[in-house]
Design a protein around this ligand. Sequence first.
Ligand code: HEM
Ligand SMILES: [Cu+2]
Length: 593
Amino acid sequence: MAANAHASAAGHSHGGHHHDHHEHDLPFWRKYIFSIDHKVIGVQYTVTALVFLFFGFSLMMAMRWQLAYPGQPIPIIGKFLSTAIADNGVLSGDGYNAFGAMHGTIMVFLAIVPLGVGGFGNYVLPLQIGAPDMAFPRLNMASYWVYLPGGIIMLASFFMKGGAAANGWTSYAPLSVIAINGQTVWLLGMVFLITSSLLGSVNFIVTTVQLRAKGLSFMRLPFFVWAQLVTSFLLLLAFPPLEAAAVMQLMDRVAGTSFFMPEGLVVSGVVQNQIAGGGSPLLWQHLFWFLAHPEVYVLILPALGIVSEVIANNTRKPLWGYRSLVYSALFLGFMSFIVWAHHMFMTGMGTTLSTFFQATTMIISVPSVVILTCLILSLYGAAIRFTVPMLFALAFLPMFAIGGLTGLPLGLTASDIHLHDTYYVIGHFHYVVAPGTIFAMFAGIYYWFPKVTGRRMNEFLGKLHFWPSFLFMNVVFMPMFFQGMAGLLRRQYDQTEQLHGSLAHGLTTMSSWGAWMLGLAQLPFIINFFWSIVAGKKVGANPWEATTLEWAAPSPPPHGNFEAVPVVHCGPYEYSVPGKKTDYCPQHVALEA
Ligand code: HEM
Ligand SMILES: [Cu+2]
């Protein structure tokens, strides 16, 4: 099968004049809009996800104003906000809730996953395994074209009467069932997004299993590919229950069912007797977290994959403990399905269950630590190249460590009683996803930009992006641990009620200023990104002197990817092999050559 696929793949590049012409003859909209080329789709995903990332970040910057200066109009943008969201420029309580719910939803489902899997996975994975494209190119196109409407539908709900969904990214019942119409749109949007992820994940799995180049055994796969493969399994197995749950919640809202509505519910003193009752709000939490815990590994695994590639390339050494990395990722993937209820210790589900989930949570931290240890040991004794991608990858390591280690007190039932629903939790998961995953994504953008565009990004602007980002990320999130331990609750519209101008409120203001400065720090990146597309230094196929197969293709790779079908002779990170003239040995070059 793999051989067959290759035969047809070869048709694209050599001998295949027919194919080539076919591609050149395609009209613009087939080539760049409804494209079936994994590279175009990867770029579409990346650009769309970056736009959503920017929008999700802006929502948060507005929320941070209300937290730091409660009741004061938001400067500049305040007067443009509609009355559903703001009152004379002051973000309203409902508006705050909508911004919060949409911030979380956008960041997780519309920005980071589409960037890590849809963007990096799509662009890099087929190249790294030496394939001409994904196994199902049309399915791939469909995946993007289901994702985009899903995102647009969600954002459009801001313009509805009552505004966008306002029940947190977790959409807990029963609140979400009785909430404003924005929630209906949120659920519809989720159905689109989940469908898109499912289409994508089957494609990644089949592609990795079937389309690997000759000689590319599983234990020769770059770690990035392994990370994407495990991620795809997580998406494939964890999302269907949430898709079902989303439809059930939709039915509760529009068709009078009561899957999640309890008997005798009273809201603001009014008995909700228009519903049948008998449903279980806790059932929603179980179904949600059955997805959402694996989802946090969907957020982190592609990041670990990117960081591994960047570290191997910039240390000029093989990754330390490649097999341990692979087995840890597999074990992590498996375990991530049996830890979900650590988000629910405080629901009264009982000590037996809590203790089980406490134990599995402690176990799952072991492979995370193994992965981090391998990556840190890879640095030992290396002559490190401090390139911009490497700076982001290096910063990722301690940031991910802080995020992971602060998870442990949350996983222990006793300490979680105090910490649950406080800013400590917000600090914990942002350390893993913001200075963690997002830094890894930046590392990936700076690293593969030359492959995609044939040009390198500017190093100086890159450093001007990195250093302030690194500083301000910590200014934003570090105070949250202290605030949380002091008892400050999350999802509050006005913290002064709880803080009365205490020291902890000073930390809130500091965190907000950190966020706005972090926003400013992204300017060099945005300038660099567009400027480099037109004016960056031109590069050849392998500017970083890397070993994996994507660097065997021209920059940018043509339709069909490789000029000659690659054959793999060795493992992914043959750097500094003794007795060689160069310090790197690409996978497609025979070692003895
Ligand atoms: C390595 C060990 C980790 C442990 C032991 C751990 C443990 C926990 C626990 C117990 C909670 C629930 C806290 C509560 O609500 O009271 C939590 C929340 C969370 N964790 Fe982790 N975690 C770990 C790693 C990660 C990673 C790698 C990510 C993401 C990439 C992540 C993302 C999240 C998110 C998003 C939440 C909060 C969800 C919400 O309530 O909105 N965690 N973590
Ligand atoms: Cu979890």
